[in-house]
Design a protein around this ligand. Structure first.
Ligand SMILES: [Zn+2]
Length: 653
C-alpha cells in the first residue's frame, strides 16, 4: 500500500529535482535587451544609495560561506552570488540587479541596542531580541541548518544566553521551518520557552500547502529559479531575498500562546510587546509587533522593500489588497509618531520617524491603489489584460520609491489578481467563455497562419524586431501544436530568455528563464521527497481526508458506494466518511448507523504511514489497524488513489 501517502507534504518552497544534465548557461542578451535594460538607468533614481547604507548599517560580521546539512550537502551557498558586483550586465534589468546586490549584504546586524538581525542566510530574516535573562527570537528561517548557523553567528559576538521565547510572525514556512534549529521541544514542554503565534497560525502553516501542494511545488521551482544556475544569465535573486535553501530540514513546533485579540500587550522576559493582528494580509495569520521600550516596530512581512504579491506566481488563494492597506494605515496611526526604527522579516530596516511614516503611508497607498484602481477600470468594462496594459505604472511619486518596485509582486500580475478576487476567471466576453484548450487551439492557429514554417518565419521576424511578447504568444501556439518541433522550442526558449533578462521582477525573470531552460533541456526527473514529519503530524484528520478526496478519480469510482466509520483511538475522534458519486466527503464527530467498514487506528500510525515509515496493508495485517466489514472495498479505494505529477509540463503540452 505504498501509494497511500501524502506526496504534497514537502513544502511548496522546498523544491528539488534531479538534473538530467547540469543546466547550461543562457545565451547573451540581444542588442534590443541591452538597450532596454540600459534605458532603466534614466528611469529610476539610481544615485540614491540610502538603501545600501541602511542595508549595511550595524553590520557586525558579514556571512560569506556555505551552510551544510548533517550529510555535508550544501543548504545555503552565499558564495554562489559573488558575481553580483559592479554595474548590471546586459542580461539583467538594472533595477533587479540593484536589489539583488542589496539582498546579497548578508550577516549579523545590530538594528539598535538589544535588537539584532541575521540577514541573507536564508530567504527571510531572523530577528533576535535581548530580553532581561535570555533571547526572544522572531522567525527562525526556513531550515534548522540555516537557523542554527544564524544563531551561532550571533553567539560569536554576544553572550550565549538561552532562547526564552520564540515568536512566529506569520504562517509561511520561511518564518517557522528552522524552529528546531534554535529551540528544543522538550524546553517548550517544560515551560522554559514560550512559543507565540497569531491565532490560526498552526492550521494555516500546514493547510496552505496541502490540497494544491504538488502543483504549488512545481510552480515554485519556476518562481524561485530552483533549477537555474546562479549567474548573470541565470538566477540572480528572488525579490525578497536570494532564494530558498536546498537539502534542508523543515520543522514546526506548535505554539503555546496564541495572540487572538486585535491588539494584545504582553511582557516577555522584561520586554514589552504590543501585538497587532493583521489577518488576511500577506498571510492568513500574521501580526505586527511594537516594542515601546525600544521604539521599534516589526512589520512582519506586511511592509518590505518591494511591492509584494496579491497573488504569488506559484499559485495560492488570492489576497486582499484592501485589508492589507487598512492594516498598514492602522500601524501608521498607532506607531508612526513613536517608532524610531522599523524592521521586517525580509530586507533591511528603516531608521528615522519621517522615513518610517513615509514608508508606511507609501506602502498603504500602493496596496490601496491596486485595489481601487483595478476596480475603477473593472467598472469601466476593462478586462484583466486590458487593466494590466492600462495601469503601466504606479503614480509617479510612488513609482519612484525603490520600495514600491516590482521585485516580488508586480503591478501587472497584482492588478489581474485583484480582478480575480472580485470577478473571477471569466472576463465577460462570451467568445472567451468556452475556449479551445491550448493544443487544439494551437493546431488550428498554426493551420490558419499557413503552417509551422510560416509561424516560425513570423516569429523570427518578431524576435528580430524585439517584439518578444508577441513572439512568445505566437510560438506558444506552435509549441503546443507541435511539441517536437525543435526549431519552435529553441526560438521560444530564446524569446522567453530575453523577456527574463528584461524583467525588473525577480520571480518573473525566474519563471521566464526556467521555461527557457526546460524548452532546451526538458523537464528534470523528480527526486523522491519525504514529507517533513512535523508538518504531517500537524495535519488534522479533516485535512487528511480532504487531501484523500483530492486523489480520487471520480469517474473511476463513480459506481462505488462506501460508508466508513473511521475512529482515531489516540485522539478519541470519530469521522463518518462517505464515498458516493466518485467523491469522498466526511463528517467530524459522526458515525454511520450502518457502515460498510469500521476502521480504528491511531493518528500517530496514520502519520507514520503518510511519512512512508510503514504501510497501510502491513499495519492492517498485524492488527494495528482494525478493519471490520468491507476490507476489500476499502483497499480498492486506497489502492486506486491518483498520484500527483510532481514534474508536470508547463511550457509544453
Ligand atoms: Zn517570508
Amino acid at each position: 500500500m505504498s501509494r497511500f501517502r501524502l506526496s504534497a507534504l514537502a513544502l511548496a518552497l522546498l523544491v528539488s529535482a534531479a538534473h538530467a544534465e547540469p543546466p547550461a548557461a543562457g545565451k547573451p542578451a540581444t542588442e534590443t535587451t541591452r538597450e532596454r535594460n540600459q534605458a532603466w538607468l534614466q528611469r529610476l533614481p539610481f544615485d540614491d544609495r540610502a538603501d545600501f547604507d541602511d542595508a549595511r548599517r550595524g553590520l557586525i560580521e558579514p556571512f560569506t560561506g556555505v551552510i551544510e546539512n548533517a550529510d555535508g550537502k550544501p543548504v545555503w551557498n552565499r558564495m554562489a552570488y559573488n558575481f553580483l558586483d559592479g554595474n548590471a550586465p546586459a542580461s539583467v534589468n538594472p533595477s533587479l540587479w540593484r536589489i539583488a546586490q542589496l539582498n546579497n549584504i548578508a550577516g549579523l546586524f545590530e538594528v539598535r541596542e538589544r535588537v539584532y538581525q541575521v540577514r541573507g542566510m536564508d530567504l527571510s530574516n531572523m530577528t533576535i531580541i535581548e530580553g532581561d535573562s535570555g533571547l526572544i527570537i522572531i522567525d527562525p528561517l526556513i531550515s534548522t541548518e540555516t537557523a542554527r548557523a544564524g544563531l551561532e553567528l550571533y553567539y560569536k559576538h554576544r553572550p550565549r544566553k538561552p532562547v526564552v521565547a520564540l515568536i512566529y510572525s506569520h504562517s509561511h514556512v520561511d518564518h517557522f521551518g528552522g524552529v528546531r534549529g534554535v529551540i528544543d521541544e522538550a524546553d517548550v514542554k517544560a515551560g522554559k520557552v514560550a512559543v507565540i503565534a497569531p491565532e490560526g497560525f498552526y492550521e494555516h502553516a500546514v493547510s496552505e500547502n496541502v490540497l494544491a501542494g504538488p502543483a504549488m511545488m512545481r510552480r515554485a521551482q519556476y518562481m524561485y529559479g530552483a533549477l537555474l544556475p546562479r549567474g548573470e544569465r541565470g538566477q540572480v535573486d528572488s525579490g525578497l531575498g536570494k532564494g530558498t535553501p536546498t537539502n534542508a530540514t523543515v520543522t514546526l513546533i506548535a505554539p503555546t500562546q496564541l495572540i487572538a485579540e486585535p491588539l494584545e500587550s504582553h511582557v516577555v522576559d522584561g520586554v514589552k510587546i504590543e501585538f497587532q493582528l493583521t489577518p488576511g494580509t500577506e498571510a492568513p495569520a500574521e501580526m505586527n509587533m511594537y516594542f515601546p521600550q525600544f521604539k521599534t516596530l516589526c512589520m512582519a512581512e506586511n511592509a518590505t522593500h518591494t511591492q509584494h504579491n496579491v497573488l504569488t506566481l506559484r499559485g495560492a488563494l488570492v489576497r486582499d489588497a484592501k485589508i492589507w492597506a487598512h492594516y498598514l494605515d492602522d500601524a501608521l496611526v498607532r506607531y508612526g509618531d513613536e517608532a524610531e526604527v522599523l524592521f521586517a522579516q525580509h530586507h533591511w530596516p528603516t531608521w528615522g520617524g519621517g522615513k518610517i511614516r513615509d514608508y508606511l503611508a507609501d506602502q498603504r497607498d500602493m496596496y490601496a491603489f491596486l485595489d481601487s484602481q483595478t476596480l475603477r477600470l473593472i467598472n469601466q468594462g476593462l478586462t484583466p489584460t486590458e487593466i494590466a496594459a492600462k495601469l503601466e505604472s504606479l503614480p509617479p511619486r510612488l513609482a519612484n520609491k525603490w520600495y514600491s518596485r516590482d521585485y516580488y509582486g508586480s503591478l501587472s500580475h497584482n492588478v489581474r489578481a485583484v480582478y480575480q478576487r472580485y470577478m473571477g476567471f471569466y472576463d465577460g466576453n462570451p467568445a472567451n467563455l468556452d475556449p479551445l484548450p491550448p493544443e487544439d487551439a494551437g493546431r488550428r492557429y498554426v493551420a490558419a497562419m499557413g503552417g509551422a514554417d510560416a509561424v516560425l518565419k513570423t516569429a523570427r521576424q518578431a524576435f528580430a524586431d524585439g517584439d518578444y511578447r508577441w513572439a512568445a504568444q505566437l510560438l506558444n501556439h506552435l509549441v503546443f501544436a507541435e511539441p517536437d518541433n525543435a526549431a519552435a522550442r529553441e526560438l521560444q526558449a530564446d524569446t522567453l530568455e530575453q523577456l527574463g533578462y528584461q524583467s525588473e521582477n525577480a520571480t518573473w525573470r525566474n519563471v521566464y528563464l526556467s521555461g527557457a531552460h526546460e524548452l532546451r533541456q526538458g523537464v528534470a526527473e523528480a527526486r523522491a521527497r519525504n514529507g517533513a514529519p512535523d508538518m504531517v503530524r500537524a495535519l488534522t484528520p479533516s485535512m487528511f481526508f480532504d487531501y484523500l478526496a483530492v486523489r480520487i478519480d471520480a469517474m473511476k469510482a463513480a459506481q462505488e458506494d462506501l460508508r466508513i466509520n473511521w475512529r482515531f483511538t489516540d485522539l478519541g475522534e470519530e469521522y463518518a466518511l462517505t464515498l458516493r458519486n466518485g467523491v469522498l466527503t466526511h463528517r467530524k464527530g459522526s458515525r454511520h448507523a450502518e457502515a460498510d467498514v469500521d476502521l480504528s487506528m491511531t493518528k500517530a500510525l496514520l502519520d507514520r504511514i503518510a511519512l512512508k515509515e510503514t504501510g497501510f496493508l502491513k499495519e492492517a495485517t498485524v492488527g494495528d489497524i482494525e478493519i471490520e466489514g468491507g476490507r476489500l472495498k476499502l483497499l480498492k479505494l486506497l489502492g486506486g488513489l491518483d498520484e500527483a505529477n510532481p514534474q508536470f509540463n508547463l511550457v509544453t503540452p
